[in-house]
Write a protein that binds this ligand. Sequence first.
Ligand SMILES: C[S@@+](CC[C@H](N)C(=O)[O-])C[C@H]1O[C@@H](n2cnc3c(N)ncnc32)[C@H](O)[C@@H]1O
Length: 216
Amino acid sequence: MGKDKLRRFAEIETFANVYQLEQGKALKGNWASAHFKNANPIVLELACGKGEYSVNLARLFPEKNFIGVDYKGNRIWRGAKTAIEDGIDNVAFLRIQIENILDYFNEGEIDEIWITFPDPQPQDSREKKRLTFPAFLDRYKLVLKPGGYVNLKTDNDQLYAYTCEKVAELNLPVHKNTDHLYTSDLVDEVLSIKTYYEKKYLLHDKNINYIQFSFE
Ligand SMILES: C[S@@+](CC[C@H](N)C(=O)[O-])C[C@H]1O[C@@H](n2cnc3c(N)ncnc32)[C@H](O)[C@@H]1O
C-alpha cells in the first residue's frame, strides 16, 4: 500500500467527523444528539467517495446534517479533511459497507438519501451489488422517514434504466427524472454540484442521468 494511503488511514482514525465500522454502531439512533448535537434533519450520501455532495450540501444547508458513507477510507479522508479545514461541522463520514446500513441507523432516522455515481456493476452476476437492487431499496425504505426522497445521479445509462425499471415494478412515486441532466430544466444549485467522478465523465461529454423517487 502507498505511503499516502497509509498516512490517510492513520489520520482518519484521529478525525472527530469520521466513524469506522464497529465504532459507528454506537451512533445508531443517536446521530443527531450524540454527533451533531441538534435535532436537524439528516441526509445520507451513499457511495460518497471524496464526499463532494456531502460537503457542498452541508455548506448550502447549514440547517441540515449530512453523512457521507463509503468503505474506502482514503477517499473519505478527502471530504472529512476539507470539512475540518473549512470548519463545516454539519457533515460527518461513516466508513462501512452500505449492505450493513441497518446496523448504523434506526428506522426513520434519515430524511433523504443521495446515491452519487455508484459502481454500475453491469454483469448480471453482480446485480445484487447494485445500490438500487431491491434488497438495498428495502433497507433505504426502513431508514428513511415516511415520504423521504432517494436521489440517484449516475453517468451509467444501464444503471439508470435498471433503477427506473425497479422503481416502476415497485410502483414507487417518481418526483423527477432525466437522462440528460444538464440539458434539462431540472438543474439548480444542488444538482449542479459535481463529484470527482462526475467531472471526469463530463470531460468526455457523457450525459448525466438523475432520478428522484420515494417509497410513498
Ligand atoms: C465510482 S465511485 C463514486 C464516488 C463519488 N460519489 C464520486 O462521484 O466521485 C463509487 C464509490 O462507491 C463506493 N462503494 C461501492 N459499493 C459500496 C458498498 N457496497 N459499500 C460502501 N461503499 C461502496 C466505492 O468505494 C467508491 O468510492
